[in-house]
Structure formats: C-alpha cells, structure tokens
Design a protein around this ligand. Structure first.
Ligand code: SF4
Ligand code: SF4
Length: 447
C-alpha cells in the first residue's frame, strides 16, 4: 500500500468520535468573528455597531489578494467591533454579533439537491475561481491558505493533478471522516470543480486505510467520474502534510522552499475545502460553517458538529457533557500539531478542525533529560532534517546555522518530539527557531 518515503511515526489513533454522526450545533448567543482567520492580510470590517445582518452576509472584505472575506454565520445585530484573543493566542480585531433568529440571505440555495457540472456546463475556470474567492474559502485542514491563490499558480508552472487531502492523520480528529461518509457526492463534485478550475483531467482523493468505510463509499461514488481515483494509503503520520501526500499519491518530491507543490504538478486541497467549494459554486453559499470534532478520553460524549463560525468552543464542550474534572489541557486541533488554548471561549474559525480535551495524565510531559544522541528524531523526521541539531541551534540562538540547516523546511509535525526518549521539547525550540529565521529572511528580502 502507498505511503511517503522518508520518516514518519505511528501515534495511537484514538478516533473516539469516528462512529458519531454529525450533529448540528446550537446557535450561539453572541458570535465572534476574528478578522485574521487565514494566511495573508487580515480582512477589513464593512459593518458598524448597530447594523442588522443576515446569515451569509459579508461582514469583512478581503484585505488584499492573499486574503479572504468573512461572512456572518448568524442573523442579528452587530454589537461591537473590538479585539479578542483567538485560538493562536494573539489578540485580533473581531466583529461581535448578537444573534436574533436565523434569517438567511435569499441567494443561498438551501436545498439538498445535488448539482453537478453536467447541470452547469456553462461554468468556466474563471467563474469557478471567482466564486471561490468571493465565498471566502481557505484551506480547511488548518493551514487556512486562501483557496483561490492556490488555483492561480505562478507563470511557468503547469498543474497536472488535483489531490484531495482526506488523510486526517492527526490522532483523535474525525471531522473529515464523517464529512466523507455523509457528503461523498458533494465532495466529488467539489473535486470536479477544482479540476476544471485549473484545467486538469486527473484528480485523486488520498485516504488512510483506517477509514475503510469512507474508502469504499468514495470508490463507489467515483465510478461515475473516470478522471477521479481514490487512493488508499498506509496509516502513517504526517501523511496529511502536502509534501508527504504528493510523495505518497504520485511519487514526486517537492524541492525545498520556496518551491510550491505545483512545481511538481500537484494542487492540494483539503476534503473540507472541496465540500466548501461545492457549496460556494453550486449553492451560492459562502464559507460560514464547518465540521468540528470535539473529543477526549474523559469527555462524556465525543462528537462531530456542524458548527457556525464564531461559536465559542466552550458551547461545543458543554454539548459533549462539559469540561471533565480531570482536564489537564485543551487543544485547538489535534495532539500532534494543535496548540494549547488559553481559554475555551475562543470562537470556531475557518481552520478549526477540532477541540481536544486532554486529561491530566495525557497532558503531563515527561521529565526532560539530556540528549542521548540516539538519532530517533532524525529517523522520524519526514523532511530529512536533524531535529536535535535544529533544536540545539534554536536554544543557543544560532540563527545563521539554523538557516543553513534548512529549518524553514520543517513542517512542524512534531514527529521528532513524539519519538524522543529523553522528552526533549524539540518542536517548541524548532518552532521558535523557524519563525525567527523566517523573519530574518523576510526583512532581508524587503531591503
Ligand atoms: S517538527 Fe520539523 S524537525 Fe521535527 S520531525 Fe517534523 S519536520 Fe522534522
Ligand atoms: S531523539 Fe531525543 S535523545 Fe535521541 S537524538 Fe533526538 S533529541 Fe537526542
């Protein structure tokens, strides 16, 4: 069975909510929309205190080409424009809306009728990309890169395939799995739209083989689409990394940054993004809700929710039985790449794939010991880096050496830290080193 070639680890899967059908989360009382929910320039509010808004109405316009507009997920009144500490831990400007009723923009098609490209033959590549851009769609696997930018590759590069990332290799998370089981048709039409947008004839959907029901269903649905192939993949973390997925599915290796996946012919989009593309293009529905997994070993009812953006995470935790007494840490995302949250009132945003409640035992880090030069971190690194060395250089602030050792290629997967028998906080130091070196490179390029 296919997988990527370099490194990788096998953390316990803990997919506690895999069999839980998607539940519709209750509307919040107040919905909060941070302006920076994507990579690139923050969005700019276009509403004011006291304005009445509907579900699906734009409340903030894109702040540039690499940016995305934000749409209200609720109807009600703009309470204020203020700041909020969001999941990244940074303070960001945000629009607060007091929820009143549930009145949707009339232009949104709320029917569940499937619309395919055969029903809309007039759609051009430009129409599709325009719709995606105007609907505020960003990568929904967590990276939040504006989708339309990826669909307009730099001159000289020629896409050959669209690869849908349906790997969901992070332990605990099951949102993508449930989405495939409950919306397979829409995902496949979303892929056909992405293929048309970049003018390619071949599309793949990569799924790890711990989701045999999703693989079987997608294979069945794909029979009607000769250009689409479902690729079952051996379970290995971090197969959801763009470079690892390309290697696993088509056997090509993307060169070091600044090279993009399209330099080897691949356009990668998350499975949730493909679904959002379907809704935007075929149903005229901008991105204002998503599937979120809320899970943890001590949680009474681990669940998957269809959640309006702006809903506080605490409300979803309450709907799962409340925060357990033995909570040690709450993480936005999965245990490998997610980040600990300062508080649970942070709102669900476009990139919020999950909320993980770790109990005290799981959250406790082992005592840090000296590096024993075992090389396990080197063997686990999917980017062929030397994590012990990167971590040491970052600790000693050796920025030039770090750049030479290619710290910018680190995908922050945490495989090194996971495998280290000395419990070294490798990822913490490497993240610090990478962001410092990237800052140095940016200011050098700006001169
Ligand atoms: S976090 Fe970075 S250095 Fe560590 S294994 Fe992943 S890619 Fe390699
Ligand atoms: S895995 Fe840990 S102990 Fe082994 S070489 Fe890497 S940092 Fe050192």
């Amino acid at each position: 069975m296919k997988t990527f070639r370099i490194g990788g680890v096998h953390p316990a899967e803990n997919k506690l909510s895999a069999a839980e059908p998607i539940r519709v989360a209750e509307l919040p009382k107040i919905a909060v929309f941070p302006m920076g929910q994507h990579i690139g320039a923050p969005a700019k509010p276009i509403v004011q205190k006291g304005d009445k808004v509907k579900v699906g109405q734009m409340i903030a316009e894109a702040g540039g080409f690499v940016s995305a507009p934000i749409f209200s997920s609720v109807s009600g009144t703009v309470q204020k424009i203020d700041t909020i500490i969001e999941a990244s831990g940074y303070k960001k400007p945000a629009v607060f809306i007091t929820v009143e009723g549930d009145e949707w923009e009339e232009s949104i098609d709320r029917s569940t009728d499937l619309v395919t490209l055969a029903d809309r033959p007039e759609l051009t590549s430009k129409d599709i990309i325009d719709k995606i851009q105007k609907a505020g769609i960003v990568g929904m696997g967590g990276a939040c890169f504006p989708c339309h930018v990826k669909l307009m590759p730099p001159p000289g590069s020629k896409p050959e395939w669209v690869i849908i990332n349906a790997v969901e290799c992070e332990p605990y998370l099951t949102a993508d799995h449930r989405l495939m089981l409950e919306h397979a048709d829409e995902i496949i039409v979303g892929l056909t739209l992405l293929m048309k947008a970049v003018d390619v004839k071949k599309g793949f959907i990569g799924i790890e083989n711990n989701k045999p029901d999703a693989i079987a269903l997608m294979q069945e649905k794909a029979k009607a689409y000769p250009g689409i192939e479902i690729v079952p993949l051996k379970v290995k973390y971090p197969q959801g990394g763009e470079k690892q997925l390309i290697d696993a599915v088509v056997g090509r290796q993307v060169p070091a940054p600044p090279a993009l996946p399209v330099s080897v012919g691949a356009i990668i989009q998350n499975v949730g993004t493909a679904f959002a593309v379907y809704e935007a293009v075929m149903k005229n529905k901008p991105l204002f809700e998503r599937i979120v997994t809320v899970t943890g070993k001590s949680l009474a009812h681990p669940s998957n929710f269809l959640t309006r953006m702006g809903t506080p995470m605490s409300q979803l935790i309450d709907a799962c039985g409340g925060l357990p007494e033995d909570t040690g840490k709450v993480i936005g995302g999965g245990p490998m790449m997610g980040k600990a949250l300062l508080n649970t009132d942070v709102p669900i945003c476009k990139g919020s794939s999950g909320v993980l409640i770790m109990n005290e035992k799981e959250a406790k880090r082992g005592e840090v010991e000296n590096c024993i030069r075992c090389g396990k971190c080197v063997g686990a690194c999917p980017m062929g880096l030397e994590p012990y060395l990167l971590s040491q250089c970052a600790e000693q602030q050796m920025w030039e050496r770090l750049e030479k050792e290619d710290v910018v290629s680190c995908i922050e997967c945490g495989s090194c830290q996971f495998t280290c028998p000395a419990n070294r906080p490798l990822l913490d130091y490497i993240r610090l080193g990478k962001s410092t070196v990237m800052g140095i490179i940016r200011s050098r390029n700006a001169k």
